[in-house]
Design a binder for this molecule. Structure first.
Ligand SMILES: NC(=O)c1ccc[n+]([C@@H]2O[C@H](COP(=O)([O-])OP(=O)(O)OC[C@H]3O[C@@H](n4cnc5c(N)ncnc54)[C@H](O)[C@@H]3O)[C@@H](O)[C@H]2O)c1
Length: 362
């Protein structure tokens, strides 16, 4: 078991990284949780881990109940939030009760948002079960739901009391979901830690084979990078925007493909696009671009894609909610381990990048 401390003053919390759920009761004792708990999970995760986790709570004297919604981003809606809140009322949860998010990023975002608004805010903990949620969404306190065709339009910053990850849950994760999560992990190496990037280059086989010790090491460094950014800029007024590396183009590709490609896969292509812009500006060398492409390939990413139309992707980019004063913000690498934020990237540079990633594989 490994542990990280996210230092956010009175909102601080631990991240526990383990290869089982065994340490969960002890960790709950340490945060002094009241006995009434609602476990929020989706239909897939409930089947795999719902009973196991609920039994741990019940065997340790907690009055726990489960709320299950149908898996999928399409259910990340206000209706589901109201369902969770209704369950909280039915189980007579009060301001001292707690919500447990057991699942991927969709569960975490919704359970966290329900916890942020129920009785003006109650505690919640995250038990992330996808690589994306273990490497990214469970750390940082962003919660929310999709609204009127927009992703994460309604939400709140609400930090968890504890994040408990059991890396063995990744063994049941579909392969494409694992690859999607690796997109965020590789991103963290590129934006701020060249040693971590090298670790990912050297440990491809162990990571792909889901070796627990390697995954614990990977999750620990990965989460410390994300946590460090969050500690310095909790509300995304500056540095936290570096986490959007690959997302300006990536989100637009995701929308152009009507969310048929995974988020991580699109971020991977977005990172290549942004790196190509950086290459043309002389920020990075050809070698650095090829290293980024190579690591993505090794982890199973497509590095080229047939885009429906460059204009369509560009149009989607104009809807980016991270636009500032009407200008798109790009995060561009200057080396492996360092990026800069730029809002002066012009249309021609973006089209050149889109053309580069839309070339067919030779
Ligand atoms: N809050 C943040 O900072 C933040 C950051 C990035 C992404 N997100 C959000 O996260 C969401 C995506 O998260 P995700 O990729 O985890 O998607 P997800 O929660 O939909 O999980 C993907 C699929 O895997 C299944 N699953 C989960 N754990 C499993 C396991 N151990 N074994 C087998 N199947 C399992 C789920 O049921 C689902 O079908 C998006 O809604 C995105 O907006 C939030």
């Amino acid at each position: 078991m490994d542990k990280l401390f996210v230092d956010l003053g009175e909102k601080s919390y631990d991240i526990i990284i383990s290869d089982s759920f065994l340490h969960l009761p002890k960790c709950l004792e340490e945060i002094n949780v009241q006995k009434k708990i609602l476990i929020v999970t989706d239909s897939n995760v409930a089947e795999l881990y719902g009973d196991e986790v609920n039994t741990i709570f019940q065997n340790n004297g907690y009055d726990s109940h489960i709320y299950i919604f149908d898996a999928g981003e399409e259910n990340k809606t206000m209706d589901t939030i109201l369902g969770i809140c209704r369950a909280c009322m039915e189980h007579k949860m009060d301001r001292k009760s707690m919500i447990v998010a057991l699942g991927g990023g969709v569960v975490g975002d919704m359970a966290g948002f329900a916890a942020a608004i129920y009785m003006r805010g109650i505690d919640f903990i995250q038990i992330p079960t996808t690589l994306l949620s273990q490497s990214d969404s469970s750390v940082g306190g962003k919660t929310g739901i999709d609204f009127m065709d927009g992703k994460n339009i309604l939400g709140a910053f609400h930090q968890p009391k504890l994040v408990y990850m059991n890396v063995t849950t990744l063994k049941t994760l579909p392969k494409e979901q694992f690859v999607s999560g690796m997109g965020e992990v590789i991103k963290h190496g590129i934006i701020s830690d060249s040693c971590f990037f090298e670790y990912l280059e050297k440990n491809v086989e162990n990571i792909k084979e889901l070796d627990s010790e390697t995954l614990i090491n990977m999750d620990k460094t990965n989460c410390s990078i994300k946590a460090d950014v969050v500690i310095k800029d909790e509300r995304e007024t500056g540095l936290r925007a570096n986490l959007n590396f690959g997302h300006t183009i990536g989100h637009a590709i995701e929308s152009a493909y009507n969310f048929k490609m995974t988020h991580g896969e699109c971020v991977g292509l977005g990172m290549i696009g942004a790196s190509f812009i950086a290459l043309n500006r002389g920020y990075i060398t050809n070698d650095t671009l090829h290293r980024i492409e190579h690591i993505l390939k090794m982890y199973g990413f497509k590095t080229k894609v047939k885009l429906p139309s460059l204009d369509v992707v560009f149009e989607f980019m104009q809807k980016d909610k991270k636009k500032l004063d009407g200008k798109l913000k790009f995060v561009l690498p200057v080396s492996i381990g360092e990026v800069v934020q730029k809002n002066d990237v012009i249309k021609e540079e973006i089209f050149a990048a889109l053309e580069y990633i839309s070339q067919q594989e030779k």
